[in-house]
Structures are given as C-alpha cells and as structure tokens.
Design a protein around this ligand. Structure first.
Ligand code: PEP
Ligand code: MG
Length: 328
C-alpha cells in the first residue's frame, strides 16, 4: 500500500470527472517539512506556528521565529505555505507567558487564546509579523489568523501586519512580493458573517476540530465525549454545506484544515458538499489522493444533496455502503 502511495506522489489528484482537488498537508516544525516531498502534497495548508512556542522553555525571540519561517519556506520551494499566527493560551498554555489566567479559565478552549491573546499582547503579534515579513522577503507570504470570531478581529490582525510592512518599507528593507491574508473558520458565529468577511480576504480554512466542539458543545479533549458526536452527522454537514454555498460569487479560496479532511468517508462528504481544498496530516495525503481519483464528483454531489435534504438514520453507514459499491 505504501508503495502505491509513493507512486501517487507526483500524480495530480483529479476526480474521475476532471476536477482538480488540492491536497495540502499540516505541519508545525522544521522536521515536518521533509514530508512535503515524500507525501506529494500540494503545499502546507496549515503551519501551526505555536509549536515552536510550545516546545520552547523561553519565549522564541523574533530572530528565532524568522529563521524557522525562512527554513520552512526554503524547504517548501515553489509550493505554498500558509502560516497561522500563534494559537496559544487556553489549553495550549505556555509557562513563560503570564497566561496564568488560563489556569483559572474554566473553559480554556473558549478562553483567552489565539488571536484574542495576540491582539491584546500586541508585542507578540508585532514580533511574529516582522519575523514572517522578513522570512518571506522577495517571495510570497500567506498569513492566517486563528479563532477569528468576528470580522473586526481579522481587520485588527491584518493591521498589525500592514503596519509592520510599512515600517519595513520606510527602512528600505526588502518585503514579500505578495501577501495573502486569510482566517480560520472555527467559531460558528463567523459563518453568519461571511458576506461581510469575504470581501476582505483571500482564503478561509475551516478548522473542523474546534468548529465541531463548539457546534456540539462537546470538549474535543474529553475522551468521554469522543464517541458522542460524529463528523458525519447531518448537523455538521449541513453547517459546512451552508458555509461552502456562502462562497459562491466570491473570489476567495475555501479549504478545510481540521483532522476531518484526512479521513476517508469524511473527505468524501466534504468533496460532495463543495470543498476542493483539504489540508491534512501528511500520512493521509497518499490515501486521500487515491480516493479523489476514484470519485465521480457529479454523482457524489447529487447524492450528498439528497442525503442532506433527508438525512439517512446512519449517514456513516450510508456513505460507507455508497463508497463500497463503487470500490472507493
Ligand atoms: C482546528 O481547530 O480544526 C484546527 C485545524 O486547528 P487546531 O487543531 O490547531 O486547533
Ligand atoms: Mg483550532
């Protein structure tokens, strides 16, 4: 099986009816980058910059951040990398930042974390912005903000970058050739603001890990709840289908970067409700590329829309059977 995936490395994932699906990978450390060539992923759809913070015993200074980002871009070569600004705080507490408030946070996942923290600790975001701008000087930079709950938070995050960009220009420093801004959609409230948000940005990536826990009010870290909700439940799929419909008429890339996209049946469901870009764990890239090549997207889309209109009692079973009948 492994050998078969290796053969797929340089094969582009087109569906049987000719739609190119973008299959990217998630990463967080320098060492992850070797998986890019090995897996044949189209790029890094989610680079979790907080990993450097989480494995460090002291706050990574700007220069250290810059070196990491530069190495990552060097390793990626022509392939795109989306850098997500730090998602720390809450359950990803780091001892050297006085996020001690997080210890008292009774719901850390819904607490003072990610962009919420970065916007208040502006020094942190400024340093990260400078590090990214310097690392991507002369090439293209894609920046993504985590846990955006309202459009103004995206504006505020972008402004920190634009101010740093102006600062670099004033000093005649080389800046990136292009900068693309985007955000994660993992807070359900943002889904109802897409008409306002989409004109502002270049891409959105749905974080199904957090989104699901918020939709079901079920802590993603609690093993007692792991079996209680299913990524293939009609509630989630209807929600995600509605999100994908909101993108019609907007020139904004839509993708998924949560774990859901790396699972067989879940990936099928996502393709069937309009998602064309998946960023997944490197080990899933081969299997998902293989799956994409077996799918008739037109047939799958029609089937998913029938199922979402009248959900079968067991969506997982129904999809499993549908895939089995087609040797997928
Ligand atoms: C997500 O929430 O789905 C996501 C991709 O981000 P993380 O898992 O890092 O919270
Ligand atoms: Mg998340």
């Amino acid at each position: 099986k492994q050998a078969a995936y290796a053969e797929l490395r340089d094969v582009e994932p087109f569906t049987r009816d000719g739609t190119r699906i973008t299959v990217m990978m998630n990463a967080g450390l320098r060492d992850d980058m070797s998986a890019l060539a090995m897996s044949g992923a189209d790029g890094v759809g989610l680079f979790r910059t907080e990993f450097q913070f989480l494995v460090s015993s002291t706050l990574p200074q700007r220069d250290r951040q810059m070196r990491l980002y530069r190495d990552v871009l060097d390793a990626a070569g022509d392939k795109p990398v989306i850098f997500r600004t730090v998602d720390i705080g809450g359950d990803k507490a780091v001892p050297y930042l006085d996020t001690a408030v997080a210890e008292r946070d009774e719901n850390p996942a819904m607490g003072w974390r990610a962009l919420r923290l970065s916007l208040e600790r502006e020094g942190l975001l400024k340093a990260q912005a400078r590090a990214l701008l310097e690392a991507a000087a002369g090439r293209s930079l894609s920046v993504m903000f985590p846990m955006v709950s309202e459009p103004w938070e995206f504006d505020a995050g972008k402004k920190v970058f634009e101010d740093q960009l102006a600062f670099q220009r004033d000093r005649r420093r080389q800046v990136p050739e292009t900068i693309r801004y985007g955000c994660m959609l993992e807070v359900p409230a943002l889904a109802d603001m897409l008409d306002v948000l989409l004109p502002k940005l270049s891409f959105v990536s749905v974080g199904t890990n957090d989104l699901t826990q918020f939709l079901f009010a079920a802590d993603r870290a609690n093993p007692k709840l792991a079996e209680r909700y299913d990524w293939l439940s009609p509630a989630i799929l209807r929600f995600l289908a509605r999100v994908s419909r909101s993108f019609v008429g907007h020139d904004v890339q839509l993708g998924v970067c949560g774990e859901m996209g790396g699972r067989r049946l879940e990936a099928l469901a996502l393709l069937g409700i309009g998602y064309r870009r998946l960023s997944i764990t490197p080990a899933a890239v081969g299997p998902i590329k293989e799956l994409v090549r077996k799918v008739d997207l037109g047939e799958l889309t029609a089937q998913m829309s029938r199922w979402l209109a009248a959900p079968p009692p067991d969506m997982r079973g129904a999809l499993q059977q549908w895939a089995g009948e087609r040797d997928i």
